[in-house]
Design a protein around this ligand. Structure first.
Ligand SMILES: Cc1cc2nc3c(=O)[nH]c(=O)nc-3n(C[C@H](O)[C@H](O)[C@H](O)COP(=O)(O)OP(=O)(O)OC[C@H]3O[C@@H](n4cnc5c(N)ncnc54)[C@H](O)[C@@H]3O)c2cc1C
Length: 390
């Protein structure tokens, strides 16, 4: 009797194994191959060690955070939704809590609890786990699920192997590129790590305004990142890879117009004449670490120019932090060759795909793990049905 073989023991592969074992009613017919000596290494790093398990937004809102084709993801989401993920972890002994932006975390704030609960479920379902084992084409199988992840954080085992596996079965792989990653401006002098709240970031490609986001961002050694930096990074990196000019405009006072900033400056100077010195005034308006880089970026700055400069600090982006620090890999196995209702290959019967290896990725906020869990569950169920029907 042939086995159902799952390649890759990350979030998607473990979920596929649990659902396949449940569907077949006999976990010993499912084998999970993992190249590392433990399962779910990446999960331990998620959400800065706290694991943002999913996002509780309704499908209409959720779908706006899925790229490049949220319609493809809908059947998988319906099969195992964010509500289902919440119940799954609660029933697996991981109480969860919702934070700002409808992001779901374990109450313990420990990603290890999430990874270990998944591993425990895989073991309890009787699935055979082969550690330190990579896929090799001579292995026999009745159905095959490829859940090898993308290319980001290769130290965790995600080194893009699934793209070659997909190609070996005749699949097309859409160009892959790092996403949710830091963007490096030209002539960047890192002001140390500075977190900014209530700012706006606008992305220009060539002369076109392509995205504007408000919220939090950070300057770090790696460049511009944080929630806003990550949100614009997908389109920015794609444009860079296509040789286009990428510019970011940082609005440090999105709630105020130029006139309002002018009025505030006039008030400040009226109360304290020493503030007519530009650096002193800037210290009132900006985090101290930003004053010097702001002045260097705006040579010859006088008081009248400050409102415009605060509303439009320009950065020419020249590169991004690569896969070693990107949260997710965009691109992957082409969705045109996958049945969205089963995650099954339209090219090779008995072959299924799940997780980041697909040309499917999400914004920050719990969307990527939900993609892995939903596509994993659907691929596991469909592969089990295929196995039992042959
Ligand atoms: C630092 C960081 C923080 C993140 N935080 C969050 C977060 O808080 N919330 C969120 O939603 N998403 C987050 N993500 C993204 C999310 O973790 C991934 O999108 C998700 O884990 C992808 O799951 P996957 O199972 O598809 O792939 P992976 O987790 O990459 O798992 C693939 C597995 O396959 C194995 N493998 C690879 N090749 C082979 C082979 N040839 N043979 C056998 N095994 C193989 C790998 O060793 C690995 O264990 C984060 C990512 C990073 C890097």
């Amino acid at each position: 009797m042939s086995d159902l073989v799952i390649v890759g023991g990350g979030a998607a592969g473990m979920m596929a194994a649990i659902f396949a074992a449940g569907r077949i009613g006999d976990g010993s017919r499912v084998t999970l191959l993992e190249k590392n000596d433990r399962l779910g290494r990446k999960i331990y790093l998620t959400g800065k060690g706290r694991c943002n398990i999913t996002n509780m937004r309704s499908w209409n809102e959720f779908s706006r955070h899925i790229h490049p084709d949220s319609k493809f993801f809908k059947p998988a989401f319906k099969c195992f939704s964010n509500e289902d993920v919440r119940s799954f972890f609660e029933e697996s002994g991981v109480p969860v809590t919702e934070e700002q932006g409808r992001r779901l975390f374990p109450v313990s704030m420990k990603a290890s609890d999430v990874a270990q609960a998944l591993e425990r479920k895989v073991r309890e379902s009787g699935v055979k786990i082969l550690y330190n084992t990579v896929w090799n084409p001579s292995l026999s199988y009745g159905a095959l699920v490829v859940a090898t992840g993308g290319r980001s954080y290769p130290v965790t085992g995600s080194t893009g192997d699934g793209y070659d596996i997909a190609r070996s079965f005749g699949h097309t792989v859409a160009r892959v590129f790092p996403s949710l990653t830091a963007l490096m401006p030209s002539d960047y002098r890192c002001p140390g790590t500075v977190h900014l709240k209530n700012v706006a970031l606008t992305l220009y490609v060539g002369r076109d305004l392509v995205q504007r986001e408000e919220g939090e961002m950070s300057f770090t050694n790696d460049g511009i990142e944080g929630a806003l930096g990550f949100r614009v990074s997908r389109r920015a990196v794609w444009a860079l890879e296509n040789g286009q000019k990428v510019t970011l405009s940082l609005d440090l006072k999105p709630a105020l117009s130029q006139q309002q900033i002018n009025a505030r400056i006039a008030r400040e100077i009226e109360n304290d004449a020493s503030l007519s010195s530009v650096p002193k005034l800037l210290r009132r308006l900006l985090p101290a670490e930003l004053v010097q880089p702001f002045m260097e970026a705006h040579k010859g700055l006088d008081i009248n120019m400050i409102p415009d400069a605060l509303k439009d600090w320009r950065f020419l982006i020249i590169s991004c932090k690569g896969y070693e620090r990107a949260v997710v890999t965009a691109g992957g196995v082409s969705l045109k060759e996958i049945n969205p209702k089963t995650m099954g290959s339209l090219v090779h019967p008995g072959l299924f795909f799940a997780g980041e290896v697909l040309d499917l990725d999400g914004d920050t906020g719990g969307y990527n793990l939900q993609v892995a869990f939903s596509t994993g569950a659907l691929a596991g169920i469909s592969a089990a049905d295929y196995l039992m029907s042959t």
